[in-house]
Design a protein around this ligand. Structure first.
Ligand SMILES: Cc1cc2nc3c(=O)[nH]c(=O)nc-3n(C[C@H](O)[C@H](O)[C@H](O)COP(=O)(O)OP(=O)(O)OC[C@H]3O[C@@H](n4cnc5c(N)ncnc54)[C@H](O)[C@@H]3O)c2cc1C
Length: 293
């Protein structure tokens, strides 16, 4: 019997993941599933468990590098209407995992609610941003989130709140498989002032990041007290190219995928950068992006 029988509407097989990553790279997944409800997500998890199928949860694929060989697994994406809801109760915000950050930021600006401006220009989903504690010089999502609703790999739904819920630099202590939604307490402010802050952050990013290229944001985390980009630059690696992967001239912590690039080119370039930085500065760079293989 077909593993996902009865769920044909939400499952695709041999699905090219390159279509779903910002890098536009990555081979096929055995199964690509977009459940429409929490109940359907539970059903999918159960079927995967019964059939020993590994599960990957994908947001907008803006922090992912997926192997050219693809994944012998089920990739689940929470993008249906149920997972794309935004609710306000006064200054209390509930954003579901599939909400696009840019849409969320602008909705809050329009409502005159301040607290998540730091997410401006980050091209991810709420689920991916919470998992990565996305942010930067202007703050991170963890500062705003108070409670998350999660589902574990058995389909149990539960909440986790601060102080039990901890956010650190590009890190959380969430171990549950699925982030379903996040709740934040925002503060009322002047929409024009909030918009000015959003614009300032946006201009900063435009000036400092190679935004009109195919990339996946910063490749490496900043080691304590140093910028990874500055180390890569000082090692003379700007412009270094392997296959179709090139170290950005604008921001050395970005690797650009040029036409014809494959994931293996990016991986080889990452290894080359790590080796040179280690040799020159004795610092081991740690990945910020996730590699799925
Ligand atoms: C041009 C550009 C600029 C960027 N700038 C920044 C920046 O300034 N700051 C920053 O922090 N990042 C930045 N990023 C990286 C990226 O946008 C963020 O990490 C973002 O939060 C990833 O969200 P996503 O939805 O794309 O997640 P994905 O890349 O799809 O997934 C990332 C991780 O989150 C997990 N995940 C996704 N959704 C869920 C869910 N619902 N439940 C459980 N786990 C989930 C995935 O399994 C994976 O582990 C940038 C990327 C690009 C391309």
């Amino acid at each position: 019997m077909n593993i996902f029988s009865g769920l044909d509407e939400i499952v695709e097989t041999n699905y090219p993941l390159a279509k779903r990553t910002w890098y536009g790279l990555g081979g096929p997944a055995d199964y690509f599933l977009r459940p429409k409800t929490v109940e359907q997500l539970k059903e999918v998890v159960q079927r995967c468990n019964e059939n020993d199928i590994a599960i990957y949860v994908m947001g907008f694929g803006s922090n992912l590098l997926i192997s050219d060989d693809g994944l012998r697994a089920a990739v689940i994406k929470l993008e249906a209407d149920q997972f794309a809801q935004i609710h306000f109760d006064g200054e209390q915000l509930t954003a579901w995992a599939g909400v696009e950050l840019s849409k969320l930021v602008l909705t809050c600006v329009q409502k005159g609610l301040s607290g998540i401006e730091a997410l401006t220009g980050i091209p991810g989903s709420v689920g991916g941003a919470v998992k990565m504690n996305a942010g930067g010089n202007f703050g991170d999502i963890g500062a705003a989130v108070e409670t998350v609703t999660l589902m574990d790999n058995q389909g149990n739904v539960f909440e986790k709140s601060k102080p039990e819920l901890i956010f650190d630099y590009r890190l959380t202590n969430i171990t549950a498989k699925f982030i379903l939604s996040a709740q934040s307490k925002l503060s009322a402010g002047d929409p024009e002032q909030i918009m000015r802050t959003v614009k300032e952050i946006w201009i900063y990013k435009k000036n400092n990041q190679p935004l009109n290229t195919t990339n996946s944001g910063c490749i490496f985390k900043n080691p304590r007290g140093v910028s990874a980009g500055a180390l890569i630059d000082r090692a003379g690696l700007k412009g270094l190219q392997i296959g179709g992967a090139v170290v950005s001239e604008k921001h050395a912590n970005f690797i650009i995928a040029e036409k014809g690039c494959q994931s293996r080119d990016v991986i080889r370039l990452i290894d080359a950068i790590k080796q040179r930085v280690q040799e020159q500065f004795g610092i081991e760079l740690e990945l910020e992006i996730e590699i799925w293989k």
